[in-house]
Design a protein around this ligand. Structure first.
Ligand code: ADP
Length: 242
């Protein structure tokens, strides 16, 4: 998988640009974090990648193919967004199966195959015995693991995570970070995480893109960003959160 985001700009209702000529390239299997203060454009950029928000300018190229005009369903990315919580009236297994039922009819595997895939995914998140439970009977961390399994059901090329840990307490957050990273590696999927928490970004991501007022100020590893910040903003932002 390679994803290229080229010169993407977006503004809402003629207001100031929320994304201002953003470009970045992601590598195979990479875990990238979008880090920045509230309002810097992280979620908008993720939504552009997801196909939920149309950019005013710029292109998205996935494995050499221009996907800018492809709608969200056709992009087939895995999404764990706050707004896509688990369905409360569905069991854990049904929630994960839902990830497969969204496929167009012609591509949807038959029930027996889906059941096998759901079992495989529940084993992957180490919740093999909990398929019959309902979301209300799970911990916050378990719910997020189920959301991950649902997102991974269709074997997406890219996993999009929007502040997936924000509602959890510090200890759960830390352990979930580890399991998300482990799961991502095991499956070999590339991932983009939106977060305002630099500890989280550096703990989980291979590279971090620091955003400020709709622009990527700098992209790099923790060492690169700390040792050679490209702007006073990057230096001060990282210092403030240390
Ligand atoms: P972040 O995720 O970094 O907090 P967002 O991408 O959510 O930033 O928002 C960046 C800016 O874009 C904010 O000022 C926000 O109010 C504005 N914005 C985001 N979505 C919309 C929308 N649908 N309509 C109007 N303004 C929006």
């Amino acid at each position: 998988m390679s994803l290229e985001i080229a010169n993407v700009s977006k503004s809402f209702d003629g207001a100031e640009a929320v994304l201002d000529d953003v470009s970045l390239a992601m590598h195979e299997g990479e875990f990238l974090a979008l880090l920045g203060p509230s309002g810097s454009g992280k979620t908008t950029l993720l939504n552009v990648v997801a196909g939920l928000t149309r950019p005013d300018r710029g292109r998205l190229v996935l494995d050499g193919e221009d996907i800018t005009d492809r709608h969200a369903g056709a992009r087939r990315f895995g999404m764990v967004f706050q707004s896509y919580a688990l369905f409360r009236h569905m069991s854990v297994a049904q929630n994960v199966d839902f990830g497969l039922r969204v496929l167009p009819r012609a591509e949807r595997p038959p029930k027996a195959e889906r059941d096998a895939r759901v079992r495989e995914l529940l084993d992957l998140i180490e919740m093999g015995d909990l398929g019959a439970r309902y979301p209300a009977q799970l911990s916050g961390g378990q719910r997020q693991r189920v959301a991950m399994a649902r997102a991974l059901a269709i074997s997406p090329k890219l996993l999009l995570l929007d502040e997936p840990f924000s509602a959890l307490d510090a200890q759960v957050r830390q352990s979930l970070r580890g399991s998300v990273r482990e799961l991502q590696r095991k499956v070999g999927v590339a991932a983009i995480l939106v977060t305002h928490d630099q500890t989280e970004a550096f703990a989980i991501a291979d590279r971090v893109a620091v955003m400020n007022t709709g622009r990527i100020e700098q992209i790099g590893t923790e060492r690169e960003l700390r040792d050679a910040p490209a702007s006073p903003f990057v230096r001060d932002f990282l210092k403030a959160g240390a």
